[in-house]
Design a protein around this ligand. Sequence first.
Ligand code: FES
Length: 155
Amino acid sequence: MESKNAGVGRRSFTNWFLGLSLGGLMTSIVYPVFRFMSPPDVPEAATNEVEAGPVNDPELVEKGFKIVRFGAEPVLLVQLGQKEYRAFAATCTHLDCIVEYQKGDQRIWCNCHNGEYDLNGRNVAGPPPKPLEVFAVNLVNGGSGQPETIVISRS
Ligand code: FES
């Protein structure tokens, strides 16, 4: 009779131990996945001004525009003349595609659904419901013999 009780005791201890091990294993797998899926809410530092490079940037000179990182958001920098620049949020107000400047047509264009903005950022054709956010552009002295630097800031 006692050996039967001892067998039941060992079996229940083994079941308890296996359950605990399985629970530990599942926790060690599920918890990292859960943490990855829900990253902590860390607010991004607010960006108010970025340097967009020198005025003689080959990409800007050749294409007439370039996309610049403004903190986490992309900004479209457009060169209209020798020292005339404009900057807009590069995210289309329709469905968040990245817009581009078309030098030949003098327009800002979104190739996702043929949305169009004028050179003041106003939505003029296609589905975009709102204008693009406008940023201020200034030139700062690049120092001894260096070209001026383009600085984009919130207007
Ligand atoms: S996302 Fe730009 S027009 Fe639709």
